[in-house]
Ligand binder design. Structure first.
Ligand SMILES: Nc1ncnc2c1ncn2[C@@H]1O[C@H](COP(=O)(O)OP(=O)(O)O)[C@@H](O)[C@H]1O
Ligand SMILES: CC(C)(COP(=O)(O)O)[C@@H](O)C(=O)NCCC(=O)O
Length: 329
């Protein structure tokens, strides 16, 4: 006998959680997905990849970054399969070979994006299917200081308008199109400017990692009002490195303190003046930079792009990843 279907009470409809394209995982649930992926790095290698102030050890690599390396290896294989299907369909006409897999790494200033990007580069290059992994940071596409000054953008450094976004998108489009050699300008934290005449050349990698504050920004509309193809449209996978704003501020200030004792001591450092004043005075400057530049940029421009990432890594106050959200739909 078929039992009568009891209607769902109206209140239950209201309580149903909002549909989300993400699967939320705890650290333990995620780390169990590593399967048999071997750990290819030594503690010394991890130490070399670690950014100033970042806390990362072999446990973190094993629990967080090995499962990610395994997932990305599966994605690269599946994307190659899709490319094969497209080439079969297109035949001679438009088939494309040597298309690299492109990964975007986004997040605030001082959240530790560069450590994540360097670790991914090291781990992904150990897979025999894709040994050639290149890493490009978007700071190379910041407008040179002279131009930022002319446009009144010196206090907007890191905001979307402080970059040559067309050149950045063109760079990634060219690498993705399989061009033999594509080059990018190079930024130096030491001189706080683009290095005149220096270029970083990328030669047909298997994987390209693009790391920067604004990599998930949507494209600007063209002059005719039509949407252009944006940088993120070239990504096959993207990671957003997330943490509480208060924790990131603390990491930023601690890093500034440590840079004051190290990199800023260099006579050619743009920040050398902060070694000549008291620590408290120099920290006042760093606090102002955080409050007037980096925090507003995080709140207005960077954090709103989190929902476009394929994977969100949520760090705790100690830099260790506590929770992850993976796009499943
Ligand atoms: N003023 C500076 N002088 C030297 N190195 C710096 C300076 N500011 C940032 N860095 C280094 O540049 C890298 C990128 O920093 P940032 O853009 O804040 O991204 P993240 O901390 O997310 O990696 C980090 O490795 C950081 O230690
Ligand atoms: C160079 C940066 C804009 C980050 O560049 P990215 O590679 O993320 O595009 C940033 O690290 C920076 O220097 N911001 C300016 C404000 C400050 O000095 O803290």
């Amino acid at each position: 006998m078929i039992s009568p279907v009891s209607p769902i009470p109206r209140s239950a409809h209201r309580q149903r959680p909002e549909a989300t394209p993400y699967l939320d995982l705890t650290r333990a649930e995620w780390s169990a997905l590593r399967d048999k992926t071997p750990l290819p790095l030594t503690a010394a290698e991890v130490e070399r990849l670690r950014g100033l102030g970042d806390v990362i050890d072999l446990d973190e690599v094993r629990d967080i970054y090995l499962p990610l390396s395994r997932l990305l290896n599966l994605y690269v294989g599946a994307t190659d399969g899709l490319r094969g299907a497209l080439n079969t369909f297109l035949g001679e006409q438009g088939s494309q070979s040597g298309t690299p897999f492109v990964i975007g790494v986004a997040g605030s200033v001082a959240v530790g994006k560069s450590t994540v990007a360097r670790l991914l580069r090291a781990l992904l290059s150990r897979w025999p299917e894709h040994p050639r992994v290149e890493l490009v940071t978007t700071d190379g596409f910041l407008l040179p200081t002279k131009e930022l000054q002319e446009r009144g953008l010196m206090s907007r450094k890191g905001f979307p308008e402080s970059y040559d976004r067309r050149a950045l998108t063109r760079f990634v489009a060219d690498v993705k199109a399989g061009k033999g050699e594509v080059s990018a300008p190079v930024y130096s934290h030491l001189i706080y400017d683009i290095v005149p005449g220096e270029r970083l050349t990328v030669r047909r990698p298997d994987i390209l990692i693009v790391e920067g504050l604004n990599v998930l920004q949507p494209a600007l509309p063209g002059q005719d009002g039509r949407t252009r193809v944006g940088l993120a449209d070239y990504f096959d996978f993207s990671v957003y490195v997330d943490a509480r704003t208060e924790d990131i501020e603390r990491w930023y200030l601690n890093r500034f303190k440590r840079l004051r004792e190290t990199a800023f001591q260099d006579p050619s450092s743009y920040f050398r003046r902060y070694t000549q004043v008291s620590e408290e005075e120099s920290l006042d400057y760093a606090r102002t930079m955080w409050r007037t530049v980096n925090r507003p940029n995080l709140v207005e421009n960077i954090a709103p792009t989190r929902g476009r990432a394929t994977l969100v890594l949520r760090k705790g106050p100690d830099h260790k990843v506590q929770r992850l959200s993976l796009r499943k739909l």
